[in-house]
Design a binder for this molecule. Structure first.
Ligand SMILES: Cc1cc2nc3c(=O)[nH]c(=O)nc-3n(C[C@H](O)[C@H](O)[C@H](O)COP(=O)(O)OP(=O)(O)OC[C@H]3O[C@@H](n4cnc5c(N)ncnc54)[C@H](O)[C@@H]3O)c2cc1C
Length: 423
């Protein structure tokens, strides 16, 4: 049952809202978190494939770089609450963590849900209720500076009065978890600018049946480049995977923001996969020559076996149009060149991207120019705060996005804790 009035209302019980709730705690304030879904932190529960990649070991500067130019906005929040503060916080809530490759921290139990349950317990210990299945459908400011929230609980409509509000409603990705962009509409009601949103960290779709033929193949230690009218615009080294309709995996997700933006202006974008980045063209040619002369009686298929994942061999045979039974001593210089080019510059046309349904994060959101980075308070209207993905800041995969949500949620909570609402 909701009270008619609270000092502090937090909209959304994702990572940003949960920590904002804990940090807003003030024994003299009444606080509530309103969550429209039947469970808290639905997205957090599935994060990191259900294991939750909490944060990353990286230094502050390279961490900030993972957010591009907008990373600067997070500098103050991170100065107050950064990766090791977050880990200690989560450990103190009773959830042990562990470090894995790439500097990524996970729950020791490999269960993201443990974090959600720990936050629920902490909030319950502080007597801060979470009103579930409680959908905020509108918000306005009334004379006197208080906020009126329109709230729907099933068929029941009601209003809640608040002295301060924090919007932690997330972005638009994986809408089944509850993030459907409601926060943008709420922010617009106070004249906030919403920077154009787009799916980010999203798989991309490629032309033809190439991806489908090698679906499920995961490539490690490869280099992938993006090309625009013959000019290389980006390149990244790492891991990727073929799907039924295209490509995904860490480097694709990271480069997806660039790809999605390019697709806006042109219909097709070319990517090239370098399957042998450790060898330049000359060294690779020398290796091929060695293989051809050392194994001259073997056939072309056996050469491909030594160079490629098994599932890619038939694809290479078809693309190269070289008889797989051909003896290696019969392979011509021109055929060797074709093979080298395909290994170094395996081309794919990107023709689209998956929808928000598969987007790990949303790019765009409430404009950074209109939020005070030292408090997370709106610069346009007092006692209104924003935290988490609703803000126009998004990072790469590797624990960066959750850290940003927790850090901005922490800062917003602390700011609200000490607020006397201008009285
Ligand atoms: C599959 C997947 C895996 C991911 N894995 C990782 C990872 O391992 N590491 C990492 O750093 N990041 C990861 N992310 C990204 C990360 O989960 C998000 O950036 C983060 O959850 C954003 O937190 P948030 O609190 O801002 O928003 P959300 O987690 O989206 O929470 C917003 C909450 O607000 C509620 N809400 C929305 N509108 C209303 C309303 N009108 N009224 C009431 N409640 C409302 C929603 O129901 C939701 O509970 C992953 C994302 C996905 C989709």
């Amino acid at each position: 049952m909701l009270e008619p009035h609270y000092n502090t209302v937090i909209i959304g019980a994702g990572p940003a809202g949960l920590i904002a709730g804990v940090e807003a705690f003030n024994p003299n304030h009444s606080i509530v978190i309103l969550e429209k879904m039947h469970k808290t932190g639905l997205k957090l529960r599935i994060s990191g494939k259900g294991r939750c990649n909490i944060t990353n070991e990286e230094s502050m500067q390279s961490f900030l770089n993972r957010f591009g130019k907008k990373g600067r906005f997070l500098k103050y929040a991170f100065s107050q609450f950064f990766n090791h503060d977050l880990l200690k916080y989560i450990n103190d809530l009773g959830v042990p963590t562990k470090l894995e490759r790439g500097g990524r921290y996970f729950c020791e139990s490999d269960r993201a849900t443990d974090i959600v349950v720990a936050f629920e317990k902490k909030l319950s210990d502080l007597n801060i209720p979470i009103a579930m299945k409680t959908h905020v459908t509108g918000i306005q400011k009334i004379d006197g500076g208080q906020y009126v929230l329109q709230v729907k609980q099933g068929e029941h409509q009601t209003q809640v009065l608040a002295d301060q509000v924090c919007i932690c409603s997330g972005g638009l990705g994986y809408p089944a978890t509850g993030s459907t962009g409601d926060g943008y509409t709420m922010a617009k009601a106070f004249d906030h600018t919403i920077v154009d949103t787009a799916p980010s960290l999203v798989p991309v779709l490629t032309a033809g049946d190439t991806a489908k033929r090698v679906m499920g193949v995961s490539l490690r230690n490869i280099s992938l480049s993006i090309w625009d009218e013959g000019k290389k615009v980006a390149e990244m080294f790492g891991e990727m995977m073929f799907t039924r309709k295209g490509v995904t995996g860490p480097i694709i997700l990271t480069l997806s923001e660039t790809l999605v933006a390019m697709l806006e202006s042109t219909k097709e974008v070319q990517i090239k996969i370098d399957l042998k980045p450790a060898l330049d063209h000359k060294k690779l040619d020398q290796r091929l020559l060695r293989e051809l002369s050392n194994n001259s009686k073997q056939n072309f298929r056996s050469l491909l076996k030594s160079l490629l994942p098994l599932k890619m061999i038939d694809l290479f045979v078809d693309l190269l149009e070289i008889d797989p039974a051909k003896k290696l001593h019969q392979v011509t210089g021109e055929e060797r060149k074709r093979l080298r080019m395909l290994l170094k510059e395996f081309p794919m046309q990107v023709i689209g991207h998956d929808s928000y349904d598969r987007a790990i994060v949303t790019s765009g959101g409430v404009s950074l120019k209109e939020i005070d980075p030292t408090t997370m308070e709106s610069k346009l209207t007092s006692n209104l705060y924003f935290a988490g993905e609703v803000i126009d800041v998004n990072g790469e995969t590797g624990g960066y996005n959750l850290t940003s949500s927790w850090s901005t949620g922490f800062l917003a909570g602390r700011s609200m804790r000490n607020n006397d609402f201008g009285r």
